[in-house]
Write a protein that binds this ligand. Structure first.
Ligand code: PAF
Length: 277
């Protein structure tokens, strides 16, 4: 497994590949969710590239950039046995050198949900992902459904800018009690860790109601709010029942839809979602 950092190195390594290339973009501190993306890329592509870069431009001023968990040695040990060919670990200076001034921004669909609460977040994500696509020039890029809005925004950017690649979105990987895997779960103390199952519990309650025939989106949102409110350690930021592609809030659930939420458990902000088909 080769490890590179500069733009010249990634371009040279890319030129040495023949056949299909799959890219798994990450910010490191890998968990089973990331590993499932790498395994899928390994199954589907001749070469697998994993990028590890904690992208400063997608963190707000009050967010956890300096605290974001990092453990590169552990990450490399986890991904090598999965058959990763190449790891790209650029520095912030490589990605955003002195004088950097070009940004990629998806408009309407980044203003709701995560975008409404994390101003500038998606501009940072789409910019870095465009740069990762240009560095690696993959045939397929793999993202987790856990960041449902991110996946939708990246699909939109890929269409709008005609990136010649396929976006593959892989299912959420959960702990046995339902908590969605996330690098941020390490911030939770044991009591908070128990409380954090409230996201899964409230999404499950709404999904059960949907399965029993409830199609009123406001009723589904209220059900999710009620379950979150029943957990003393949880502070809801938003709940949503929206169209899967456009992310517009719904009145009635008719087509493919997304139940999603952001909840603070103490200072840790967790997100989760279910897809209603
Ligand atoms: O999902 C993430 O880890 C990041 O947002 C991504 C896609 C690697 C861009 O920095």
């Amino acid at each position: 497994m080769k490890v590179v950092s500069t733009i010249n190195e990634i371009h040279a390594a890319r030129r040495s590949f023949s056949g299909t290339v799959g890219l798994v973009p990450t910010m490191g501190y890998l968990h089973e969710g990331h590993l499932s993306l790498i395994r899928r890329a390994r199954d589907e592509c001749d070469h697998v590239v994993v990028s590890i870069f904690v992208n400063p431009t997608q963190f707000g001023p009050s967010e956890d950039l300096s605290k974001y968990p990092r453990d590169l040695d552990r990450d490399l040990k986890l991904i090598e046995p999965l058959g990763t060919d190449l790891v790209w670990m650029p520095t912030a200076e490589i990605m955003y050198p002195q004088g950097y001034q070009t940004w990629v921004e998806v408009e309407a669909m980044t203003r709701s949900l995560e975008g409404a609460h994390r101003p500038g977040h998606f501009k940072g994500v789409t910019t870095v992902v465009a740069k990762l696509f240009n560095g690696v020039q993959p045939h397929k890029a793999y993202f987790g459904q856990k960041d449902a809005q991110q996946a939708a925004v990246i699909r939109q950017m890929t269409r709008d800018l005609n990136f010649p690649l396929e976006i593959v979105v892989c299912p959420i990987v959960r702990e046995p009690d339902g908590l969605a895997m996330s690098s941020r779960n390490v911030y939770l103390d044991p009591e908070q860790r128990k409380a954090a199952t409230v996201l899964y519990r409230s999404l499950s309650a709404a999904k059960d109601a949907y399965d029993k025939g409830e199609r009123d989106a406001e009723k589904l949102r209220q059900l999710m709010k009620d379950v979150v409110a029943s957990e003393p350690l949880a502070q809801m930021q938003y709940v949503s029942c929206a169209d899967y592609e456009t992310l517009q809030e719904l009145e009635n659930v008719t087509g493919k839809s997304l139940l999603s939420m952001a909840v603070f458990i103490g200072k840790t902000r967790l997100i989760d979602n279910f897809v209603l088909e």
